[in-house]
Design a protein around this ligand. Structure first.
Ligand code: NAD
Length: 489
């Protein structure tokens, strides 16, 4: 690490560890290095779990479940509240480390951590409202009750793009419902998940309720999902991996929640405020360097506004300041790892070969670090792979449209169905498109997704199950029916 970088990072990078039954373990024999995506320098060493660690984590989660399931909702709520307070107290340290291993700008990292605290506080409140119900019986001497109980030990696999907040969502929902958890975080950006486990321990979470493992993802997921102790699987990540894990969960009759990729269409009608809309969409597009599952990715602009939109959007993308995440004024950092840079270049090369026009970008930046220029493709893009494959990077393809039915058909043509966006002043267009777009979430005239109190989830290849909103605990609860006659016959 160079002197200037050391000055930028006066505090040491997170000590990475396994966390099993309340004990931190750093002495594993195997592991891997963690790299700073801005410099490609190694910044930490991540220990991997061996089979004995996996068994110990599952046994601890099972033992802890016997206690935690009977801990009152009031007490579970108190633990979550203390967790949220601890997160806010340590937000700056967590965020600095997210910049180091994930790469996003410091402001975004801080916003991620603080917003995650908002999720924690909301789950702390909502877990006190997990109600059952009484069903009127056909005989006055019979009482019929429906109870909702925690399913048991859960396993969760969380991604590198929002390493803190994505893990927080799963952890809060599982613990709030009364389940215990074995969590495998993202090996690419592990510091935030270690900080999460420490904050929960400091908040008084009993040993074994949360266990943290690292390792080779396919090996760990196959081992964990197949284990008899596990009752529920939750995954956020790519469609391909999600399908593999869902199939594995199905083979072992485990419930699952799958938050997978998308390819969000944006419909911009000519009656919208085109300049404001183009600038706002550029900011959204480049948030987290485009590595966001609900990032706007396929831009359909009504033909009369197309040229103006491309001009303003391209200028906003081009003038975005790209750099190391904790440098002053940086608006977009590097991509998280080299795979994404290669994916960007491959999509751009393909689009140009298919006849698209490059409005800006199209190349990596700097000799070191996974930097890629904000990129706009326009013109004849319709045959390009980028219109079918989620870019998951700072790449936008903009095409014109001529009819409402035509654009809805184009937007719905892919197997994904996560987020979609519409910009229009017409109430009729807004209502019609919101009803017809095949997506788990539709946001009209703003970007209003992923709040703690609103459900987040997709349709079709984008997965199933919701995180957030009053649906948040559904995947972690089993419904049971109890019927009781007032006396022995
Ligand atoms: P990738 O397919 O190489 O890896 C995706 C992630 O899945 C990695 O973190 C990897 O460790 C993990 N993984 C791979 N095989 C696994 C297995 N068998 N069990 C458990 N985990 C496994 O892709 P990438 O370049 O790292 O990420 C880009 C893709 O990932 C995008 O297409 C995007 O859709 C998806 N993604 C989605 C989200 C989301 O929020 N839905 C978040 C991150 C990544």
């Amino acid at each position: 690490m160079s002197t200037s970088e050391r000055v930028r990072h006066p505090s040491p990078y997170e000590t990475l560890a396994l966390f099993i039954d309340g004990q931190w373990k750093t002495d594993a024999r195997e592991g891997e290095e963690v790299f700073d995506p801005a410099t490609e320098h190694a910044i930490g060493w991540l220990p991997h779990a061996d089979d004995a660690d996996v068994s110990a984590a599952l046994a601890a989660a099972q033992r802890a479940f016997a206690q935690w399931r009977d801990t009152s909702a009031y007490e579970r709520s108190r633990v979550l509240r203390r967790f949220g307070e601890r997160v806010l107290e340590t937000a700056a340290d967590i965020a600095v480390n997210v910049v180091r291993d994930q790469g996003k700008p410091l402001d975004e990292a801080l916003a991620e951590v603080r917003f995650a605290a908002d999720h924690i506080f909301w789950h702390a409140e909502e877990c006190r409202r997990i109600y059952g119900r009484e069903i009127p019986s056909r005989d006055v001497r019979v009482q019929q009750r429906v109870v909702r109980e925690p399913v048991g030990v859960c396993v969760a696999f969380t991604p590198w793009n929002f390493p803190f907040s994505q893990a927080v969502r799963k952890v809060c929902a599982a613990l709030g419902a009364g389940c215990t958890l074995v969590l495998k975080g993202p090996e690419e950006a592990p510091s935030a998940v270690v900080a999460l486990a420490r904050a929960l321990q400091e908040a008084g979470l009993p040993d074994g309720c949360l266990n943290l493992l690292w390792g080779r993802p396919p090996v760990l997921s196959a081992r964990l999902i197949a284990d008899d102790v596990v009752r529920k699987v939750s995954f956020t990540g790519s469609v391909d991996v999600g399908k593999q894990l869902a199939a594995l969960a199905g083979r072992h009759m485990k419930r699952s929640t799958m938050e997978l990729g998308g390819h969000a269409p944006v419909l911009v009608f000519a009656d919208a405020d085109i300049d404001a809309c183009a600038r706002a969409l550029a900011v959204q597009k480049l948030r987290n360097a485009g590595q966001v599952c609900i990032s706007p990715t396929r831009f359909y602009v009504e033909r009369p506004a197309y040229v103006r939109f491309v001009d303003v959007f391209t200028e906003a993308m081009r003038s975005t300041r790209v750099g190391v995440g904790d440098e002053f004024g940086v608006q977009m950092g590097p991509l998280c790892h080299a795979r994404r840079v290669h994916a960007m270049q491959s999509l751009v090369d393909d689009a140009l070969a298919q006849g698209a026009t490059l409005a800006t970008g199209g190349t990596r930046l700097r000799e070191r670090g996974h930097f890629y220029a904000p990129t706009v493709l326009c013109g004849d893009v319709s045959r390009a792979r980028v219109m079918r494959e989620e870019p998951f990077g700072p790449l936008a393809a903009v095409v014109p449209f001529d009819s409402v039915d035509g654009v809805i058909e184009a937007a719905n043509a892919l197997p994904f169905g996560l987020a979609s966006y519409v910009f229009t002043r017409s109430a009729a267009h807004a209502q019609h498109t919101a009803r017809r777009l095949k997506a788990g979430m539709v946001s009209v005239n703003h970007f209003g997704l992923a709040l703690p109190e609103t459900p987040f989830g997709g349709l079709h290849d984008s997965g199933y199950g919701s995180e957030g909103g009053s649906e948040t605990f559904d995947g972690y609860l089993a419904t049971r029916f109890i019927t009781q006659f007032e006396s022995l016959p």
